[in-house]
Design a protein around this ligand. Structure first.
Ligand code: NAD
Length: 240
């Protein structure tokens, strides 16, 4: 499992935030990039990775994901997958509606499963899949997301480990990153919230999207060739 993960990459949820940062950083890692996300079009993707393909796909729409991965594999088999697509849900436990809870669990857990299943037929031996959990998986929320968000991200960790076990025979590694508070649309731009979150991290600030994306790209790279089923905490020491 030590092949260079060069070739064709797919970022599911790469139109903005941590995913878009990964697309930009990937220009020196892979030769071809396909981004799948919700908006009709995302010109920022082509700016970040010249020549990148973009296709609209909801992670709850398996056939859209399947088409997206088939498109990505047209040039060469897929060697690198990152799935940062996700939503937060700050609502407290006793107030959260069934609909909101279901949507959060579905997008974050089922969406990650759908991405893995859609990717599977197109993965090259040596491929690396990176899912996106959160520090909230360990704390049950409490930062930007609430308890259901925390549960959804704990589910992503379980999925990572099961997928790593089942795909190892195909020479595919599966890991996840668990970011701390990161300056993206998900956190918003309220300076008071930023200051409160920054205070809780040992490094005294939020992460940039690029700092988190760099961890995903490490898990794509041969430098992580002995890692599978792992959770990489990138949280500025927020829980210490
Ligand atoms: N920002 C943080 O502080 C933080 C902390 C821990 C974990 N995370 C996780 O990192 C990941 C990326 O978050 P971000 O901060 O970049 O947020 P973001 O809101 O900026 O980006 C999320 C991306 O996911 C896409 N997306 C959402 N629902 C989708 C769906 N149904 N189908 C396809 N794409 C969908 C969005 O369109 C967007 O491009 C998420 O999984 C999030 O839970 C973020």
């Amino acid at each position: 499992m030590s092949e260079q993960p060069a070739g064709s990459a797919v970022v599911v949820g790469g139109a903005r935030g941590i995913g878009l940062a990964a697309v930009g950083l990937a220009t020196t890692h892979v030769s071809s990039m396909t981004v799948l996300d919700l908006p009709d079009e995302a010109p920022q993707v082509a700016e970040a990775f010249p020549g990148a393909r973009y296709q609209q796909a909801d992670v709850l729409d398996r056939s859209a994901l399947e088409k997206g991965f088939a498109l990505a594999a047209e040039s060469s088999p897929v060697t690198a997958v990152f799935v940062p697509a996700g939503i937060t849900l700050p609502t407290p436990l006793l107030e959260v509606s069934q609909e909101d809870a279901q949507r959060c669990l579905m997008i974050n857990i089922l969406g990650s499963l759908n991405a893995i299943q859609a990717a599977a037929p197109h993965l090259a031996p040596g491929a690396s899949i990176v899912l996106c959990a959160s520090v909230a998986a360990y704390t049950g929320g409490g930062y930007v997301g609430g308890p259901v968000y925390g549960a959804s991200k704990a589910g992503v960790i379980g999925l990572t480990k099961g997928a790593a076990r089942e795909l190892a025979g195909r020479q595919v590694r599966v890991n996840c990153i668990a970011p701390g508070c990161t300056a993206t649309t998900m956190v918003g731009d309220d300076p008071e919230i930023h200051a409160a979150l920054a205070e809780r991290a040992l490094v005294g600030r939020l992460a940039s999207a690029e700092e988190i994306a760099a961890a995903a790209l490490f898990l794509w790279s041969p430098a992580s060739s002995y890692m599978t089923g792992a959770v990489l905490d990138v949280n500025g020491g927020i829980r210490l």
